[in-house]
Design a protein around this ligand. Structure first.
Ligand code: AKB
Length: 320
């Protein structure tokens, strides 16, 4: 990979993937594409950013041609809870951006990375040690898009030879940019609220057990998979990856051990409750380990310590 375009670069993953890729491939070779003008301005302070709309095929295609892009990271998506509020829009955005990315990649021989998610699984999926290949009947539009996206990406590989790759991300915990509209967002928001108000109201049930992942491992997974030798990949779209699983109650209890004054309560959002109960408890990630060496470094305890340190500073600086 020499020239990389990150599409949807201003979101939770993109904000941290941009500097990660800059370190690996050189600042001048990483271009951050983003639709929101004010976010493009902010991105421009630290990288080459361009205003683009992934749903506008002709202008997206022209940009890839002009910049001689050879790898696309397509991060455009409405997340699970937001998707349920507007399912038809979620389909148009999530699938429209992916289809355009794949068509353009086919024409210009680009590699493509697209995140899938634990949201690709559904209520009938085995929840414990969820296998790589298993029942996938999600009942959210976000999940329907993720399964469709996995199949479409595999199809573009087998039919047209597009080098498409993907991981099924758990809920990602990070301190660069807040997520928005996801079911797992609580596990990020709480770290800021600890320092802002000392209390947190959680909209996900206390016992909703879900896979989670710390951002440094998410970034490592992305670049490790993209650099993996093609002949080693039996699966492509998409790999289970896992490092830790917990419930809200477990997370908050661990935080309280460090900040004894912290308190929390619950005000359950029924949509998030239904979504979280349909997702795996913990995925079997042995295929990712075998095929491209997935080996996460961050567990629950280290992640909490690191998040508390970072979020305390951000709140003190008035950044959140
Ligand atoms: C969401 O909660 O929608 C996302 C995800 C797990 O894909 N964070």
């Amino acid at each position: 990979m020499k020239r990389i375009l990150i599409v949807g670069a201003g979101g939770q993953i993109g904000t941290e993937l941009v500097p990660h890729l800059q370190k690996l491939y050189g600042t001048e070779n990483v271009i951050a594409g983003e639709v929101r003008e004010e976010v493009v301005e902010k991105l421009n302070e630290t990288c080459n950013a361009v205003q683009m709309n992934a749903l506008d095929f002709e202008s997206y295609r022209a940009l890839v041609e002009k910049l001689e892009i050879d790898a696309i990271y397509n991060l455009v998506a409405l997340l699970s809870a937001k998707g349920e509020a507007n399912p038809l829009l979620a389909w148009d955005i999530n699938m429209g951006a992916l289809m355009n990315s794949l068509k353009i990649a086919k024409e210009f021989n680009c590699k493509v990375f697209t995140p899938s998610s634990i949201g690709a699984f559904g209520p009938n999926t085995p929840h414990k040690n969820t296998p790589q290949d298993t029942v996938m009947r999600p009942n959210t539009i976000y999940g329907v898009c993720k399964v469709s996206g996995e199949l479409l990406s595999d199809y573009f590989f087998s039919k047209f030879g597009v080098d498409s790759r993907s991981v099924r991300f758990p809920g990602i915990i990070s301190n660069g940019c807040l997520p928005g509209g996801g079911t797992t967002d609580y596990a990020v928001e709480v770290f800021y609220e600890v320092f802002k108000s000392g209390k947190y109201t959680c909209t996900v049930p206390h016992d909703a057990y879900m896979d989670m992942l710390y951002m440094p491992d998410a970034l490592e997974a992305t670049t490790q998979l993209m650099e993996a030798p093609a002949e080693k990949l039996i699966h492509r779209n998409s790999f289970n990856i896992a490092s830790m699983s917990f419930t809200p109650e477990e997370l908050f209890t661990e935080i309280k051990k460090r900040i004894p004054s912290f308190t929390w309560n619950y005000d359950i959002d029924p949509i998030k409750a239904a979504i979280s109960s349909s997702w795996p408890d913990n995925m079997d990630d042995s295929c990712a380990r075998k095929e491209w060496g997935w080996n996460p470094k961050w567990g629950l305890q280290e992640m909490i310590d690191d998040m508390l340190k970072a979020c305390e500073q951000k709140v003190a600086q008035g950044l959140y």
